[in-house]
Design a protein. Sequence first.
Length: 398
Amino acid sequence: MNLYYMKCIIIYNNIRIIRGVHLVAVESAFPRARVIPSDDVIGRHGFLEHLEERLYFGDSIMLAGPRRIGKTSIANEALRQLQKRGCLTLQLDLLHIVSIENFAIQVYKQIASLHTGKLQSAFHSLRDIVIWLSRSEWSLEYGDFRFNTKLPGDSTVEPLEALENAFELVEKVAKKRDKRLVFLLDEFQEVERIGGSSLLNALRTVFQHQENTTYLFLGSEPSLMKTIFADRRRAFYSFATMLHLPAIEVDEWETYTLKKLQKFNMTMDAQAIHVVFDITGGHPHGMMAALLNAFLIVKQENQPIINPSTVEMAVVQTLEQFDPIYEELWKHILPISKADQILIAIAFDEPPYRGQTPTYVKRAIDFLIKNSIIYRSSRGRYQFVEPLFKRWIIEKNG
């Protein structure tokens, strides 16, 4: 190694110095509200391996559940592992798709990322796509493909045809490279809003003929996702294997938390871990928020250990931070007859049907389940999806 290179770059104890500039490795403490890196994927390793294997060997998967339970993080980790096995991967969030034409454009952008290594941000219309596909380098790479969607402005142009061509091209790319391609479609229940049953029918027609492309469908509205994939009258009936994301156990949280804190020369006693787990129910979003607050409390006090009293303070802070969110959720619930009274009863472990008209109770419970606020744990028994919301209701109602 020459002396100039040694002067330019020195790496020591995770700190890189380039010509006198210190670049310190960034370490996040208990990340939340975003897709987390591999090191912060907690537990669920058996499920992750099972998911990866199914996708690798061509089984499309549907995974539904409320927001903030870790679906997207698990899905992205599966894609990372599949990439290591030589698979091609694409992903698209349908929440921000505004039309079928926009859907087609976004799929083409994903295809472009495979070809160029980066998204083609210049794509604003199907005409831009046609111009891009006509480039010689694309023809050389995928010479057996001919784009046949008519240009926008033509009276016969059909956005649905453009979308079908886009997904057909996805399969052609996978076959051309002789690889498995896994396409993650997040918030898939939004297809109902984007194009309804005609869109679902068109997608199923294309998808069912693909051999190299496998789909991972995620959805934050379980009831809608179940209707799409389990109703025999719907196009996607039985198209994908429906899996259930398992909860993260307390021992998995303990292993992760101690390993994370060790990087900051801190620790947490076992009782404290169980306390925060019991209060949050192990819900990833609430658990991460409470752990982060506990971490910041002991860091500010220059203490090396998180104990149960620290956790109690952290939970108070977390509820204060979540208060605006829960207030808005409560406003969303109030217009539904009896829904607030039923939630209060469930929060205080009382039978929701006691003293209430059964018709109103059933209607309110169906609403609360559909909106992923509660779930049925057994006959006549219900639990909160977010246990911290239960605690908020208890404190709000004395």
